[in-house]
Design a protein around this ligand. Structure first.
Ligand code: SF4
Ligand code: SF4
Length: 305
């Protein structure tokens, strides 16, 4: 499989707000930040390893606006697609917003992704998101709003605000990881989804690389997604590990629902899990992992039907 190399880049875990649903933060979470010179060196190395897209995410990247601008400029120099994911705290007035969005655009940012939800908006005014979206339109900077939802009625008015203001948004399911781990699940009204997953790798401020940016170290029993540390492995070696892992290929192409059947889960059980929860059930269990490994080795072709 020929894959385009892309990664989430966690420059810092620091955030200026504390959303109740945050996947990136448990209560005992410790804040880390990468050294700027080191971060630039890693992007140099990524360019050499043919990485084509970098998404600056984790925490709130624009707390470190000047550092991120410098990293975005470096991406531009190498022709790497760059994205910044932000909660929009800085977009307090149209004038302030225009200043920052124009700087991001001039520096070469490819896309701004604005996080929005009833949990974010307990800390950041809805108008900030509108200011940021409208400023992106004004400066022709590609953007979209990531509307995180648990699909409950409570979210309707938040979505209506986006519809009324004619901004570009896409719903994104709430992940029941981190602080959201204890939330009550709303009933999911859907049929039997294949649960394929694109799996974006992520580099953390401590220079660990994981195969999935949403899971990271949440799979502590098996360390299933951990690829290694940049101090030990080259960027090219870490991407190779990611690209050559047979299970990661199966998650992308066969999907978690079929893998769960092969691991012995009944259909009535599979439909009870959301995608990431099913992934955790399957791969954060040494027993299931061993079972799947044995099945993969002994039943060639069983993955297709
Ligand atoms: S803005 Fe993002 S990183 Fe910050 S607390 Fe909210 S969900 Fe977490
Ligand atoms: S399904 Fe698994 S690989 Fe995909 S985002 Fe969820 S935890 Fe990560």
């Amino acid at each position: 499989m020929n894959q385009i190399r892309k990664t989430a880049f966690g420059y810092s875990t620091q955030c200026n707000i504390k959303c109740d649903h945050c996947v990136a933060a448990d209560d005992d979470y410790k804040h880390e930040k990468m050294d700027l010179v080191r971060a630039r060196g890693i992007i140099d190395e990524m360019a050499g390893a043919n990485v084509k897209a970098i998404s600056f995410t984790v925490g709130e990247p624009l707390i470190f606006l000047n550092d991120i601008l410098s990293l975005v400029r470096l991406c531009k120099k190498y022709g790497i697609y760059s994205r910044v994911v932000t909660n929009g705290f800085w977009a307090k007035t149209p004038a302030l917003t225009d200043n920052i969005v124009s700087e991001l655009k001039i520096s070469g940012l490819s896309q701004l992704r604005l996080s929005y939800s009833r949990w974010h908006q307990a800390h950041v005014n809805q108008e900030n998101i509108l200011n940021a979206a409208q400023s992106c339109q004004k400066f022709s900077l590609d953007y979209f709003i990531s509307f995180v939802t648990d699909f409950s009625d409570e979210d309707d008015s938040f979505e209506q605000y986006l519809i009324d203001n004619q901004v570009k948004y896409f719903p994104e399911p709430l992940l029941y990881f981190g602080r959201a781990g204890g939330f009550t699940r709303s009933q999911a009204l859907t049929d039997y989804p294949p649960h394929l997953c694109d799996m974006n790798p992520i580099l953390t401020p401590s220079l660990d690389m994981y195969a999935c940016c949403d899971a990271q170290n949440r799979f502590a029993e098996t360390d299933f997604f951990f690829l290694g540390n940049v101090k030990i492995f080259s960027i090219n070696e870490l991407f190779k590990k990611y690209e050559e892992n047979p299970f990661f290929k199966l998650i992308k192409t066969v999907g978690l629902s079929k893998l769960a059947t092969l691991a012995g889960f009944k259909a009535t059980e599979i439909v009870k899990y959301r995608k990431c929860e099913l992934c955790e059930k399957l791969f954060n269990s040494s027993e299931n992992l061993q079972f799947l490994k044995t099945a993969a080795e002994s039943k060639q072709g069983v993955w297709k039907r």
